[in-house]
Ligand binder design. Structure first.
Ligand code: NAD
Length: 240
């Protein structure tokens, strides 16, 4: 069966995505040739994005974070838009994403499980007051609340636990899916990459530019750009 035929007959699609879903929006991923991990830093990005580094070197954390992790200019691409249309058409149960950029919601998706949090939520570590991403982007040095507390992005840093409600929601959606589309992820960041094992449905689809450890176990593998591949599929909104 082709991807189009599988999608046409599926009723409970779940999409599991990673940084590769947003590269066509202009946001670099981590592990591609032009990804963030191939750029040269005195401290590796994994270290700078870790909880111990955030606490010990807060100012350096924010200078890296503001420069590389806050693409507030980015717009949803054809992949984000198609998934939002499928949800609206009643074909897609949920998006489970490792991304923190909020582009699925910007495209109109409602049921999004953000395993690694979001740049759009930021909170004071003293009083809990919330701040938008723009506040962090416009701040200098260490962003502080009116109460004096440090404001922390609600993103899961290396060494931090995933939010249990988000994990439970994501796993329940994956377990209920008839088709799981995995796309734009190197499947190397755990525990997120292990979530795919909860899929019990019929069609496991992989859309990725490069090979992944999952290629051998899939019903269908498409090596290509996820925006181009999903963008060419029907929207299913014509009967609504
Ligand atoms: P990764 O960088 O490890 O891997 C990205 C994968 O996507 C690669 O296999 C690459 O070949 C593929 N890819 C890149 N562009 C593609 C495209 N247009 N179409 C299809 N495939 C494409 O990313 P990961 O597995 O998500 O793990 C990295 C971690 O980095 C995640 O935890 C995520 O939170 C974080 N991250 C998020 C963003 C974001 O929010 N946009 C950006 C960078 C990193």
């Amino acid at each position: 069966m082709t991807l189009k035929e599988i999608v046409e007959k599926s009723r409970r699609i779940v999409f599991f995505g990673g940084a590769g879903v947003s590269t066509e929006s202009g946001i670099p991923d981590f592990r591609s040739a032009d990804g963030l991990y191939r750029q040269k830093y005195s401290v590796p990005p994994e270290t700078m994005l870790s909880a111990p580094y955030f606490h010990a070197h807060t100012e350096e954390f924010f200078s890296f974070y503001r420069e590389k992790m806050l693409p507030l200019w980015a717009k949803p691409n054809a992949a984000h838009i198609k998934l939002a249309e499928w949800e609206h058409a009643g074909k897609l149960l949920a998006v489970v994403t490792q991304n923190i950029d909020g582009l699925h919601q910007a495209a109109g998706s409602k049921r999004v499980f953000e395993l690694h949090g979001s740049i759009h939520r930021n909170y004071c570590t003293s009083c809990g007051k919330f701040y938008p991403a723009q506040f962090i982007a416009e701040s200098t040095g260490v962003p502080r609340c009116g109460c004096g507390g440090v404001i922390k992005p609600d993103v899961v840093l290396y060494g931090e636990q995933l939010d249990p409600d988000t994990v439970n929601g994501a796993l329940a959606a994956i377990a209920a899916a008839d088709t799981l589309i995995v796309a734009g992820t190197s499947l190397t960041v755990y525990p997120a990459a292990g979530f795919i094992d909860y899929f019990r449905g019929e069609n496991l689809i992989l859309i990725n530019r490069d090979e992944t450890p999952l290629d051998a176990s899939c019903t269908l593998v498409v090596h290509g750009k996820v925006g181009e591949v999903l963008g060419a599929l029907p929207s299913f909104t014509e009967n609504l």
